[in-house]
Design a protein around this ligand. Structure first.
Ligand code: FAD
Length: 211
């Protein structure tokens, strides 16, 4: 099973399969503060931010830097996220240092994941490319893929996610990384981390007050 996030492109390459998969770097910061915190996770559509009550504080997540491989937090991106959120959070003010993370989402050109058997490699499967929804979709992906891996029962709903769908298109790793490019598609969205305390694959660091 090849399910290594953005590194899947390398592992698939080793078995001779090229796929279109790019990193899309995003950031989040979690901090406690004063004022009104939303009681539910909220998606700020115009600002393209997710805003979730978290451990008595607030977690803000956003940015979709397509083609950017970054494993560290970019202070300017955090400032942008918190400033954008501030326009919607009437009186919320951070009162302490926050914990910031950076992570690379595995993104495909059509925003659909790559799930299923690896062509020409018996017994090798992949599950990657879930973009902004990897945490949400991981359990369903595993549940639907397991019968295929264990018993060879193909799930018809996996058709749109087949690896072969980009055949003839640009192969992953052949496109130059475009630093800082922000994708204009719906893929920019970051979904609130509903009911979960798990964080995405990330570089963490403590940051100063988020303003
Ligand atoms: C700021 C931010 C907020 C997000 N919020 C949400 C959210 O609220 N909800 C949601 O659904 N998704 C969210 N996501 C997206 C989610 O994090 C990703 O979609 C998800 O992590 C992708 O899962 P994955 O298992 O494919 O890859 P990863 O999580 O990257 O996991 C890949 C794993 O493979 C390992 N690996 C790599 N290479 C190898 C190798 N050669 N051998 C063995 N292991 C290897 C890595 O160490 C890693 O553990 C967010 C992402 C970011 C950046």
């Amino acid at each position: 099973m090849i399910a290594a996030g953005v590194e899947s492109v390398v592992l698939l390459g080793r078995v001779g399969v090229r796929v279109s998969l790019l990193p899309a770097t995003g950031y989040s910061v979690t901090a406690s503060g004063t004022g009104t915190v939303p009681v539910h996770p909220v998606k700020l559509i115009e600002a393209n931010l997710a805003c979730s009550p978290f451990d008595g504080g607030l977690r803000l997540s956003g940015m979709f830097e397509l083609g950017v491989r970054r494993d560290h937090v970019r202070a300017r991106a955090l400032r942008r996220i918190t400033a954008s959120a501030g326009r919607y959070l009437r009186d919320w003010e951070p009162v302490e240092d926050g914990v910031a993370i950076a992570g690379m989402r595995p993104a495909t050109p059509d925003s659909l994941p790559l799930i299923g058997p690896v062509p020409g490699r018996d017994g090798v499967f992949t599950a990657t490319g879930h973009g902004t929804l990897g945490l949400t979709l991981a359990p369903a992906t595993a549940a639907a893929l397991a019968p295929q891996v264990l018993h060879g029962v193909t799930a018809p709903e996996f058709g749109p996610f087949a690896l072969g769908r980009f055949a003839g298109g640009p192969a992953a790793g052949t496109r130059p990384a475009r630093r800082g490019l922000r994708c204009g598609s719906a893929r920019r969205s970051v979904v609130a981390h509903i009911g979960s305390t798990r964080s995405p694959p990330v570089a963490r660091r403590r940051v100063g007050p988020v303003r």
